[in-house]
Design a protein around this ligand. Structure first.
Ligand code: ATP
Ligand code: MG
Ligand code: FE
Length: 333
């Protein structure tokens, strides 16, 4: 079964063709970074307009890269939410119309379930259950994943997402958008132990997060060291990243321990962070756990993960009705 996946929840227009839930025949991601960069963040109206321009060519490109024609598509999977409503609607409406015209089944997919599926697409996916850290621009949560369709939240951020903290710190230092890649690159030449930013452990036995405090702490450091922080950018970046990564990795390992399963996974845009990948791998090795990290190309938003999640929904007989709508905030996976 060959599924066309479509994703347009934020600032990338993406389409992918995936066979049997794991075989990626093509994955096209058209990023809008250049459009939003001058504004220091995603501008919803611009995002919708850009999606509208890109959606048809991106889907055509995905078919061409996969070397298949429209009539070889067996089903369509599309992101239903969470995300920007205007952006979601572009991909969602396109997918409905496409499936209707081709007379194939289609299904709406939770974007976060998609991110989790980026872990399950690897050649050696984890056995169930496992503990998964979903860490992205809008979310930071730990899930107990019990099957391909069944997962429960063990903890989540009470304020900012970790990716959001990277973006805000980068913006505060005048380094641009999106901040994750910029900060992590800069951190490579900095000392992660130079500045001691606060670790927000909250209740150490629970798996909730808070990342607004560290963003404030970085801002305060810049104020106090008004004349010198410009020469310490790399150390600030490295020390900030260290504080965030330490909490994320430690809580993930503890979450896996608490449910008694020796398997951990990381997904979402921040899963591309090398420091986080290394730390989780280290701590897991020490705890005798296996680690499951998606290919870097599947960490950020893409449609292959949506096609994969949709494949299993369709295979289980799930069908979405044509009057289904998108949603902007967390709904059930
Ligand atoms: P969500 O998935 O929660 O709806 P989103 O789709 O906007 O949000 P993703 O595209 O999954 O988020 O991830 C984007 C986030 O990942 C941004 O905040 C970005 O700064 C961050 N990010 C990307 N690469 C890195 C990196 N190497 N290190 C840290 N953060 C990174
Ligand atoms: Mg994005
Ligand atoms: Fe995402």
């Amino acid at each position: 079964k060959t599924i066309l996946g479509i994703e347009s929840s934020c600032d990338e227009t993406a389409a992918a063709v995936v066979s049997r839930g794991t075989e990626i025949l093509s994955s096209v991601v058209a990023s809008q970074i250049k459009v939003h960069a001058p504004f220091g963040g995603v501008v919803p109206e611009l995002a919708s307009r850009k999606h509208l321009e890109s959606i048809a060519p991106v889907v055509e490109q995905a078919l061409e890269d996969a070397g298949i024609s429209r009539d070889q598509i067996d089903g369509v999977a599309v992101t239903r939410g969470p995300g920007l409503v205007g952006a979601l609607l572009v991909g969602f409406s396109f997918a409905k119309a496409y499936a209707f015209a081709l007379d194939v089944p289609w299904v709406g997919v939770n974007h976060l379930l998609g991110h989790i599926h980026s872990v399950l697409m690897s050649p050696s996916p984890p056995e169930f259950p496992f503990a998964a850290l979903l860490v992205s621009g809008g979310h930071t949560s730990i899930y107990k994943v019990s099957s391909r369709t069944d997962m429960e939240v063990m903890g989540q951020t009470r304020d900012d997402a970790a990716g959001e903290a990277f973006d805000k710190v980068s913006k505060a230092m005048g380094l641009g958008y999106p901040g994750g890649e910029i900060i992590s690159k800069l951190a490579e030449s900095g000392d992660p132990h130079k500045i001691s930013f606060p670790r927000s452990w909250l209740d150490k036995k629970k798996f909730d997060f808070s990342f607004s405090g560290i963003k404030t702490a970085v801002g305060r450091y810049m104020q106090v060291h008004e004349d010198s922080w410009h020469d310490e950018k790399a150390d600030i970046a490295a020390s900030f990243q260290e504080a965030v990564v330490e909490v994320l990795a430690t809580k993930l390992i503890n979450a896996a321990k608490s449910i008694g399963c020796p398997r951990v996974a990381v997904a979402g845009g921040v899963a591309a962070n090398a420091c986080l990948r290394d730390r989780v791998t280290q701590l897991a090795a020490k705890a005798g756990m296996s680690v499951h990290l998606p290919d870097i190309s599947l960490c950020g938003d893409n449609a292959a993960m949506i096609a994969a999640a949709g494949y299993y929904k369709l295979a289980a007989g799930e069908r979405s009705p044509l009057n289904m709508d998108v949603f902007s905030r967390m709904e059930k996976l």
